[in-house]
Write a protein that binds this ligand. Sequence first.
Ligand code: NAD
Length: 310
Amino acid sequence: MKGHLIQKKDNKMNILITGGAGFMGSHLVDKLSKNRDNKITIFDNFYNGRKENIERHLKNKSIELIEGDIRNDKDIEKIGKVDIIYHLAAQSNVMSSFFDPDYALSTNIKGTYKILRFASESKGKKFIFLSSREVYGNPDYVPVDEKHPLKPVNIYGITKMTGEMLCNFFKQNHGLKVSILRVANVYGSRDKNRVIPIFLNNIKNKEDLILFGGKQVLDFVWIDDVINSILQVSGTNKFIGETVNIGTGVGITIENLAKKLIKMTNSKSKIIKKKHRKMEVKAFIAKSTKFRINPLKLDSGLKKMIEESL
Ligand SMILES: NC(=O)c1ccc[n+]([C@@H]2O[C@H](COP(=O)([O-])OP(=O)(O)OC[C@H]3O[C@@H](n4cnc5c(N)ncnc54)[C@H](O)[C@@H]3O)[C@@H](O)[C@H]2O)c1
C-alpha cells in the first residue's frame, strides 16, 4: 500500500522520530499518527523545533515526547523499544551551520553516531536517514542523480555526507537496515528561516527581498510530497541499503522565485541584490533514478503558503 509502513503481525509499530518537533518531523508525526496502531516517540531538544508544531498530539496516549539531545547518552537511554527510526534531528540548514559549526558537527555527526549505535543495539530495525542535496556541492551536471560524486562546499553538507558514511558503516558492520534520502529544498507550512518563509515574511512586513547572487537554481519540493516519499521508502524492503534523491526535477532561480512571489502577492517590495555567498551551492535539480514522485507544482504550493502566511 502506497505510503504506509509494513505493519508487524500484532499491528503495533514502535516508531522513533528524532527531530519530531521540527518542520518536517512534525508533518511526519501528523501522518503517522493517523494509524492508531502506531506508537510514536518524538525525540527533540527544541533547538529549532516548537511545541506548537506537535501540541495537538501530546494528549494522545500513543505519542510520547522525550525532550532530549541526541548527543546525550542519558537522554537516549530514555527511549524504549523501537521498530523503525526516522532520524531527522539536525542542525538543519546551511547558514546556521556556517555561523555555528560546532553545533552542526556535534549534532549531525556525533549525535547521528549515537542514534545509529542505539538503533544497532537490537537487530531488525529500519533506519531512515534524512540527508540533503547539499552532499553534492556544486554539481558537475544537472539534473543530479545519486551516482554524482559527493563534494560538499559547506559545513552542513560535510556533516550530512559524514552522517551517510556513518549509516553505511552501521549497515556493513552491524547489519542495520538503512535507507538514505537526499532531499532537495522542502517548503510548506511550519517552515522558517529558509528562503520562501523569509521572502513571504519580507513581503508581509513590506520589506525588500535580499538576494545573495540570485542566479542559484534550486529544486523546491512540497512538504506533503516529501512526507509521502519518506513513507513509501520506509514502507517497503525495496529501499533497504539504498540512497534515494527526493526532488521534483524542476529548478527555479532564486531571482525568479522572488519575482514570482512579488507578482503573486501584488507586493510593492523590491529586489535588492548582494554578493553571492560562497557557501551556497550554485545549482541543484534532482534526478531520482530509483523513485518517482508526482510533485505538486511550485505555483500551487506557493499559493498555499501565501494564503497561510499573509
Ligand atoms: N527542510 C529542508 O529543506 C531539508 C532538506 C534536506 C534535508 N533536510 C533534513 O531533514 C531533517 C529535518 O529538517 P527540518 O527542515 O524539519 O529542520 P528543523 O530544524 O525544523 O528540524 C530539526 C529538528 O531537530 C531538532 N534538533 C536539533 N538538534 C538536536 C539535538 N542535538 N537533539 C535533538 N533534537 C535536535 C530541532 O529542535 C528540530 O526540531 C534534517 O535532518 C535536515 O537536515 C531538510
